[in-house]
Design a protein around this ligand. Structure first.
Ligand code: NAD
Ligand code: SIN
Length: 488
C-alpha cells in the first residue's frame, strides 16, 4: 500500500486534513492511503507557486526545456510501473494504460513544437523599426484533473504551462490520487525549482479551497456541471483565465454503408472503449430505418465477444470496471430513468457475473419511442440508438444537444461527409473513424456545454500564455510627421 503525500515548495509532506484512500475497483483492495490538504496547506502551495513564478518565468525558453527534457527522460524509464499503477487505480486494461504512460514523455516534444508555432516570438520590420509579438505566462495555474486519464490529461495542461513559464498547483481527482502523485513524482525527479510544481490532494472541498486562492488560471478537465460552476464562480474575476475541457452527449450517425460488420466495429469502439469513460465516447447512435435491425444485430454479436475482466486478466480484457461501484450504481439509476421515459434495452446495463460491482456490461437502448430524454452525459458504456427518416433529419438529431465535443459519421458516401462536416457542431468530427480518435498534434476541445473555446492538446499552448504586441524603435525619434492637426 502506498502512502499519500503532498508536494509543497519542493518538500514532500503529509496532508493534515481528512483521511483519503484509493481502492482498486477490480478487487476493492486498498492501494493508496493519505490525508487531504487543509486550507492552510492549499494556501501554502499557492504561495509557493506565486513565489517561484518570477524566476521560472524569466528563465530563457531553453532552460525550461532542459528541465522538461529531464522529466521526459525520467518518465520514459517508468512507463511500465506507471501503467501498472494506472491500471490498479483506474481499472483500465494494461494495453490502454501502457499507451497513456508512454504518451507522457511524448507530450514534451509536442508541447515544444506547439509553443514555438503558436506562441513563440515573431518580428517584422516596419518603417520606424519593428513589430514584435511575444508571449508571456499567466502566473499560477490551478490544475484540476479527472479520473479517466489521471496522468495523461493533467500532463496535457501541466507540461505546456511549465514550458510557457507558468507555475502549477495540481489537485488530482479524489478517485485517482495515487496516479496524480506518481505524475508529480516524475516531474519532481527532473528537479524543478522549489514551488514551480505543487501537489495537493482531496475532493471538491480542496479544489474549492484552491480556487479561492490568488490564482491566475484554472486549467480544468472534468464534468460539464463543474465547468459551468467555475464559469459562474469566476464571473466577477475575469482576470482568471479558464480553460475548461468538459463532457459531451456525442452523436454517431451511420448512413449508407455496405459493410454493416465494419460499421458495428466503429460503433462498439466509439461507445464502449475504456468502459465508456472517455469524454469523446459516442452516447447517441442515429441510423437510417433500413440499418436498424442489421446494425443492432452486428453490434450485439460483437459486444458478446468483448472480454470484460480485471486489467491483468489473460486473455487481455477489452473493458475493465467503471471507476467505482458508486459510479456504476449512479449509471444504473440513469438507465432506469431512461427506461421510465420509454427507452427499451436491446443490450441491458448489468453487473458482470461474479465480478465486483464496478464491472458493468455494455448497454444498447432503443430510444425510438422514448419521450423527454435528458440531454446529459452518462459516463459509462451506455449507447442510445434512434432512427431518422432522412440524412438531413439525422444530422439535425445529432446536433440536438447543448454539448459539442465529438461527433462521427460512418458512411460510404463522400457527399454525406461533405454535408456532415459543414453542419455538425462539435470540436472533434470524424468520418469512418471512431468518435474517440484524438491526437497530441491536433487540438482537442468542444463547443457549447463541452468547453469554453479553449481547446487542449496541441492548442494548450494558446491558453498557457498571453500575446503581447510591441511596436519598437531603438531611438526616441520624433513622431511629429505622423501627427495630424498640429500648427506649423
Ligand atoms: P469532475 O468534474 O467530477 O471532477 C474533476 C475534478 O474537478 C476533480 O479533481 C474534482 O475533485 C474537481 N471538482 C469537481 N467539482 C468541483 C467543484 N465544484 N469545486 C472544486 N473542484 C471540483 O469530473 P470526473 O468525474 O473526475 O471526470 C469525468 C468527466 O470529465 C466527464 O464528464 C468527462 O466527459 C470529462 N472529461 C472531459 C475531457 C475533455 O478533454 N473534454 C476529458 C476527460 C474527461
Ligand atoms: C477523453 O476522451 O476522455 C480524452 C481523450 C484524449 O485526450 O486523448
Amino acid at each position: 500500500m502506498i502512502t499519500g503525500q503532498l508536494l509543497i515548495k519542493g518538500q514532500w509532506i503529509a496532508g493534515k486534513g481528512e483521511a483519503l484512500s484509493s481502492v482498486n475497483p477490480a478487487t476493492d483492495d486498498l492501494i493508496w492511503q493519505g490525508f487531504t490538504a487543509t486550507p492552510d496547506q492549499v494556501r501554502d502551495a499557492v504561495a509557493a507557486a506565486r513565489a517561484a513564478f518570477p524566476a521560472w518565468a524569466s528563465l530563457p525558453r531553453e532552460a525550461r526545456i532542459a528541465v522538461l527534457r529531464r522529466y521526459q527522460a525520467h518518465v520514459k524509464t517508468r512507463v511500465e510501473d506507471i501503467a501498472q499503477a494506472l491500471s490498479r487505480e483506474s481499472g483500465k486494461a494494461l494495453w490502454e494504460t501502457r499507451i497513456e504512460a508512454a504518451g507522457l514523455a511524448n507530450k514534451v516534444e509536442v508541447s515544444i513544437r506547439a509553443y514555438d508555432e503558436r506562441t513563440g516570438e515573431r518580428e517584422s520590420k516596419t518603417g520606424f523599426g519593428r513589430a514584435v509579438l511575444r508571449h508571456r505566462p499567466h502566473g499560477v495555474c490551478a490544475v484540476l484533473g479527472p479520473y479517466n486519464f489521471p496522468c495523461h490529461l493533467p500532463n496535457g495542461h501541466i507540461v505546456p504551462a511549465l514550458l510557457a513559464g507558468d507555475t502549477v498547483v495540481f489537485k488530482p481527482s479524489e478517485e485517482t490520487p495515487w496516479s496524480g502523485q506518481i505524475l508529480i513524482e516524475c516531474l519532481q525527479a527532473a528537479e524543478f525549482p522549489a514551488g514551480v510544481i505543487n501537489l495537493v490532494q482531496g475532493a471538491r472541498e480542496v479544489g474549492a479551497a484552491l480556487l479561492d486562492q490568488d490564482i491566475d488560471a484554472l486549467l480544468f478537465t472534468g464534468s460539464a456541471a463543474a465547468g459551468a460552476h467555475f464559469k459562474r464562480k469566476f464571473a466577477d474575476n475575469p482576470h482568471v483565465l479558464l480553460a475548461l475541457e468538459l463532457g459531451g452527449n456525442n452523436p454517431l450517425v451511420v448512413w449508407d454503408v455496405d459493410d454493416i460488420d465494419a460499421a458495428a466495429t466503429h460503433v462498439v469502439q466509439s461507445a464502449y472503449v475504456t468502459t465508456g469513460q472517455r469524454c469523446s465516447c459516442a452516447r447517441r447512435l442515429i441510423v437510417q430505418d433500413s440499418l436498424f435491425d442489421p446494425l443492432t444485430r452486428a453490434i450485439s454479436d460483437l459486444t458478446a465477444k468483448l472480454i470484460i475482466a480485471p486489467w491483468d486478466h489473460d486473455p487481455e480484457p477489452y473493458m475493465g470496471p467503471l471507476i467505482s461501484a458508486r459510479v456504476a450504481a449512479g449509471a444504473q439509476s440513469r438507465v432506469a430513468d431512461l427506461i421510465t421515459r420509454g427507452a427499451k434495452p436491446i443490450l441491458p446495463f448489468d453487473s458482470v457475473g461474479e465480478l465486483p460491482e464496478a464491472f458493468v456490461s455494455p448497454a444498447l437502448l432503443d430510444i425510438r419511442e422514448a419521450q423527454d430524454l435528458p440531454d446529459d452525459e452518462i459516463f459509462a458504456p451506455i449507447l442510445q440508438i434512434d432512427t431518422a427518416p432522412d440524412f438531413e433529419t439525422a444530422v439535425k438529431k445529432a446536433n440536438a444537444t447543448r454539448y459539442g465535443l465529438s461527433a462521427g459519421l460512418i458512411s460510404d458516401r463522400a457527399g454525406h461527409w461533405q454535408s456532415f462536416i459543414h453542419t455538425i457542431r462539435a470540436g472533434v468530427v470524424n468520418w469512418n473513424r471512431p468518435t474517440t480518435g484524438a491526437a497530441a498534434d491536433m487540438p482537442f476541445g468542444g463547443l457549447g456545454a463541452s468547453g469554453n473555446h479553449r481547446p487542449s492538446a496541441y492548442y494548450a499552448a494558446d491558453y498557457c500564455a498571453y500575446p503581447v504586441a510591441s511596436f519598437e524603435a531603438d531611438q526616441a525619434l520624433s513622431v511629429l510627421a505622423e501627427m495630424k492637426g498640429i500648427r506649423a
